[in-house]
Design a protein around this ligand. Structure first.
Ligand code: AVJ
Length: 328
């Protein structure tokens, strides 16, 4: 269009990119260097995580899917027993594959509830708002796009019904133990007595099984980690040479911390935003992600220490994953 002024080919200036830039610089200027695993999930990261869920070694998704398909009645019973009409809120709903089994069961049981998926991705929310009424006729759905706690506050402002909050997929494991407890405490502050939490937690198990899940043979986890460097290249005008970084996954059976690092293979400099120089020494690491594993006892303890009462624990047949119901 030659008749209107061309917009200057803008550097991205929206809030999320600014926050991303700030967090990346802060992390890479820290000692030791770190990056926040919440930034793994751009469009490419989402696809890699989908691939990961379908690979042989990554077990958590299948374990939790087994619970949602085989123990649907028990899950539903715990939730319904909490009282009458309720809001079923899901933090980080994604494509809602697992929860849809519970939703279907609750609809068939004529439970009086509204499903409020919360996700940071607007795509996810519009997808759910459009598709779920088709695949689950009769569902009342009100998707909320935004940060978990902001949207929980919003949910409380539009309805005073009791709340059941789902936090699945062992997403809690992406926080170190102290941070996870802080998260649960804040979650409790957003709830009222009688409200419930349904939380999915990956359990301690044979260390080789855990490590293999974060070190799959196809190298999907490796690409999943390296994609964050490529995302920084794409969105923040950086020049990471990704083949000069190596994926290093670890699992400590004592602490239950499964951590992954990227190791610099040489002394190297990376320029971000065309201006900011970051130096990497050979063998220096970037702390990329924690996926904390728990015992059943630790899950109960976390509930009690953060103001909840543990009600039920439902496990898959291997005993590798738990969906726990807590009452506020
Ligand atoms: C989506 C956070 C549950 O920690 O197991 C998978 C992400 N990272 N493989 C996890 C992940 C590497 C996953 N969570």
């Amino acid at each position: 269009n030659t008749t209107t002024c061309q917009q200057p080919s803008a550097k991205q200036t929206d809030v999320t990119v600014t926050q991303f830039y700030k967090d990346v610089l802060k992390g890479l200027r820290s000692e030791p260097k770190r990056l926040d695993s919440k930034y793994f999930y751009d469009a490419i990261g989402d696809k890699l995580f989908q691939e990961l869920m379908n690979c042989g070694e990554y077990y958590p998704t299948n374990c939790e899917l087994e619970i949602f398909t085989q123990k649907t009645a028990e899950l539903a019973k715990s939730i319904i027993a909490g009282g009458d009409a309720f809001d079923l809120i899901e933090l980080g709903a994604g494509d809602a594959t697992k929860s849809s089994y519970l939703l279907k069961y609750l609809i068939d049981e004529k439970a009086d509830f509204t499903y409020l998926p919360i996700d940071i991705s607007g795509n996810v929310i519009s997808y759910l708002n459009i598709t779920l009424p088709v695949t689950l006729p009769g569902i009342k759905i009100n998707g909320l796009q935004g940060e978990y706690f902001e949207m929980l506050t919003k949910a409380a402002s539009i309805s005073t019904k009791r709340k059941v909050v789902m936090f699945l997929g062992s997403n809690i494991g992406n926080m170190a133990v102290a941070e996870a407890e802080g998260f649960c405490r804040v979650l409790r502050q957003h709830l009222s007595p009688g409200d419930m939490v349904l939380i999915g937690v990956d359990l301690k198990k044979n260390p080789k099984t855990v490590l293999a899940a974060y070190n799959d043979k196809e190298g999907i986890t490796r690409r999943f980690n390296l994609n964050l460097l490529q995302r920084i290249n794409r969105e923040l005008d950086a020049d990471f040479e990704v083949n000069q970084f190596d994926h290093y996954p670890t699992y400590n059976p004592e602490t239950g911390a499964c951590k992954s690092y990227l190791i610099s293979l040489q002394n190297q400099q990376v320029k971000i935003n065309g201006t900011e120089n970051i130096s990497f020494a050979k063998d220096e690491y970037i702390d990329m992600e924690i996926s904390q594993k728990f015992t059943l006892q630790q899950v109960d303890n976390m509930a009690r220490s953060t103001g909840f009462k543990p009600l039920t624990q439902l496990l898959d047949s291997k005993g590798w994953f738990v969906d726990a119901v807590w009452v506020a």
